[in-house]
Design a protein around this ligand. Structure first.
Ligand SMILES: [Zn+2]
Length: 71
């Protein structure tokens, strides 16, 4: 099954499944970075694949990347 995402579906998904708001107006494919606004007000860019599959649904401040940098 190949689910086809549209910008409307992604917006719905982000509203239902996260505290972040989709700011991008167009969706061109899974490799495109979409602009989101986190509940804290920060804006962040994320591909929908990461947002959806990797549960990266907040900005890097609220949800720091798992790999510690420089550690
Ligand atoms: Zn945040």
């Amino acid at each position: 099954m190949n689910k086809r995402w549209t910008i409307e579906k992604i917006r719905e998904f982000s509203e239902k499944n996260s505290d972040s708001k989709l700011l991008s107006k167009e969706y061109h494919g899974f490799s495109q970075k979409l602009l989101f606004q986190c509940a804290c007000g920060n804006k962040f860019e994320k591909t929908f694949t990461k947002f959806n599959k990797n549960d990266q649904r907040k900005c890097d401040v609220c949800q720091p990347p798992k790999e510690p940098r420089g550690a």
